[in-house]
Design a protein around this ligand. Structure first.
Ligand SMILES: [Zn+2]
Length: 485
C-alpha cells in the first residue's frame, strides 16, 4: 500500500475539539509525553499511558513519518527522597533500580523505548539557564533563594484547563510567593535533601519546569503533540505552557492529547491512594497481549475501570483470536495448492479501514471491532465444507498479509499461535487443576465411543469435561478440546 499521508484528526484539549493534524516539519512528528517518577514499581495506569503514546508513535511511523518522541524520568522528587531515606539509600540508587524495573515491565508489554528518555538530574544546567531567561524576561522572580513563575505576567494562563483565575491556585505553600497563582521554578533544599548549586540557592528545580526544559532541549521551541494523563492538565500542563511560551514567545504544543485514567472501583489507580495493580502482578496473572487488548478496546481519552471481568474478557478474546489463527495456519500447512480469492470483501479493505479509524483520533476500539468481524468470517471459512482447501489457503494467506502491518502498530496477534496457545494451555490447565493427560485420555474414550456410535457415552464425557470448563470440539476431520470462559 502506498503510504500517502491522509488527514489525521486529533482531539486537542486546548481547543476542546478534533483538529486536523499538520506537523511543524513536513513528514516529522515531534511528541513529548510526561514520564514517570521512578520511586516504585509501575502500575497498570502507567502501562496504559506508555502503550497509548507508543502506539501513536508507531502509527505515525507506519504512515512514513520520522518520529522524535521524548518521554522523561522525573528522577528528583519528594517521594523519591522519602523512599531513599526510609531505605537508607541515595535517591539515585532508588531511581536507577526502578528505571530498570520500568524498562523490564514495558518490554514485556511490548512497549518500545522513546527516541529520547532524559532524566531531570542530567538536565540541571539546562534548567538553570532556562530559569535565568525567564527571570531576565521578567516572567519569573527570585525571593529568598526561591524562584517563582509570575502567573499574572502570562495573559493566556488558564487556557488549557479552562478555569477562572481564582480556580488557578498552585497549591505549594511558601511565604516567598507574591500570589497564590504563582508556582515554583527553583526551591532551596531542606536538610538531608540532594541539591545543586544555582545563582539563587543550593536547591533543586520544581516539577513543572523540568518538562518544559526537556521538551525544549530535545525537540525545540515548538512541538506537535504533547501528551499525558488527564489529571495533569492543571496545574502541570497549564504551567508547562506558561513557562514554554514565556521562554520562546512561540506556541509550545500544537495538539494537547490527554489519556484517561485507570480506575479501580471508580477511584483513580494511584500509588498514593493505595489502590493499584502493578504491571508485575498483572503479568503474573495475564499475558501481555491480554493486557494490551484490554487497553486498546477503550478510547485512549476515556477512563477505564480495570476489573477482573475486563481482563477475563480480554483473555477470552485473545484465546479466540489465537485459536482461529492456529486453525488458519493448519490449513495453510495442509495443502500445496493455493487459489487466490476475494471471498471476504471486508478483508481487502482492512488496511484502509485501519487508517480511517486511526486517523479519527486514534480509534483503536474501532480497529479491533473491524478485525473481530473479519475473524468471524474467517471462522465460517475454516469450518466450511463448501470451500476447497486451496481456496481457504489463499484467503488466509491474504488475510495474514493484510493483518501484518496492523499487528506491528497495535503489537497484537504477533506471536506464533502454537507457542501462544502452548503457554496459554499450560497456565489455564494449572489454574484449573487439570492436566493434559487426563484430557487426552478423555478424548480417546470419546473417539472410541463415537466410532461405535455410543452417543450416550460421548454425551457423558462432554458433560464431565464441561464441569471442568472444557468443551469438546467435534468436527468431521478431528476431535479436540477448548477452554470455556
Ligand atoms: Zn510533564
Amino acid at each position: 500500500m502506498k503510504k500517502e499521508k491522509p488527514t489525521i484528526m486529533i482531539y486537542s484539549s486546548l481547543t476542546r475539539k478534533k483538529e486536523p493534524f499538520f506537523s511543524i516539519v513536513d513528514g516529522e512528528l515531534k511528541m513529548y509525553a510526561c514520564g514517570i517518577t521512578p520511586y516504585d514499581e509501575i502500575h497498570i495506569g502507567h502501562a496504559r499511558q506508555a502503550v497509548i503514546y507508543d502506539i501513536i508513535r508507531l502509527y505515525y511511523e507506519y504512515l512514513g513519518y520520522k518520529v522524535k518522541y521524548v518521554r522523561n524520568f522525573t528522577d528528583i522528587d519528594d517521594k523519591i527522597i522519602k523512599r531513599a531515606n526510609d531505605e537508607g539509600k541515595e535517591s539515585s540508587q532508588i531511581c536507577e533500580f526502578y528505571i530498570k524495573e520500568n524498562y523490564k515491565d514495558l518490554e514485556l508489554l511490548k512497549v518500545g523505548k522513546a527516541t529520547y528518555e532524559p532524566k531531570v538530574t542530567e538536565c540541571i544546567n539546562d534548567i538553570i539557564e532556562y530559569i535565568q531567561k525567564l527571570i531576565s524576561k521578567e516572567f519569573a522572580y527570585v525571593n529568598n533563594g526561591e524562584v517563582f513563575f509570575s502567573v499574572e505576567k502570562f495573559a493566556k494562563y488558564g487556557q488549557l484547563s479552562n478555569r477562572k483565575k481564582d480556580e488557578l491556585i498552585n497549591s505549594e505553600d511558601s511565604p516567598n510567593k507574591r500570589s497564590n497563582n504563582d508556582f515554583v521554578l527553583w526551591k532551596p533544599n531542606k536538610i538531608g535533601e540532594p541539591y545543586w548549586e544555582s545563582p539563587w540557592s543550593k536547591g533543586r528545580p520544581g516539577w513543572h519546569i523540568e518538562c518544559s526544559v526537556m521538551a525544549n532541549k530535545y525537540l525545540g521551541d515548538e512541538i506537535d503533540i504533547h501528551g499525558g494523563g488527564i489529571d495533569l492538565i492543571f496545574p502541570h500542563h497549564e504551567n508547562e505552557i506558561a513557562q514554554s511560551e514565556a521562554y520562546s514567545g512561540k506556541k509550545f504544543a500544537r495538539y494537547w492529547v490527554h489519556n484517561g485514567l485507570v480506575m479501580i472501583n471508580g477511584t483513580k489507580m494511584s500509588k498514593s491512594l493505595g489502590n493499584f495493580l502493578t504491571v508485575k502482578d498483572a503479568l503474573k496473572e495475564y499475558f501481555p497481549e491480554e493486557i494490551r487488548y484490554a487497553i486498546l478496546t477503550h478510547n485512549y481519552g476515556s477512563n477505564i475501570d480495570f476489573s477482573k471481568d475486563l481482563f477475563l474478557n480480554a483473555r477470552k478474546r485473545m484465546y479466540y483470536f489465537y485459536i482461529t489463527l492456529l486453525n488458519m495456519y493448519k490449513i495453510i500447512e495442509s495443502t500445496d495448492e493455493e487459489i487466490s480469492s476475494n471471498f471476504v470483501p471486508e478483508m481487502a479493505d482492512l488496511e484502509k479501514k485501519f487508517v480511517e479509524f486511526m486517523n479519527d483520533n486514534f480509534n483503536t476500539p474501532k480497529v479491533i471491532a473491524e478485525i473481530t468481524n473479519i475473524f468471524k468470517e474467517l471462522n465460517k471459512i475454516i469450518h466450511s465444507n463448501k470451500i476447497i482447501l486451496g481456496e481457504k489457503k489463499g484467503i488466509f494467506k491474504s488475510f495474514l498479509k493484510n493483518l501484518h502491518p496492523i499487528s506491528k502498530v497495535l503489537r497484537l496477534f504477533e506471536e506464533d499461535p502454537r507457542r501462544y496457545l502452548t503457554r496459554f494451555n499450560d497456565k489455564i490447565l494449572k489454574d484449573r487443576n487439570l492436566n493434559e493427560n487426563y484430557l487426552n485420555s478423555k478424548l480417546k474414550d470419546y473417539l472410541s465411543a463415537k466410532l461405535v456410535k455410543d452417543y450416550s457415552k460421548t454425551d457423558n464425557i462432554k458433560d464431565e469435561l464441561k464441569l471442568h470448563g472444557i468443551s469438546v470440539q467435534d468436527s468431521s476431520e478431528s476431535v479436540s478440546w477448548e477452554f470455556i470462559f
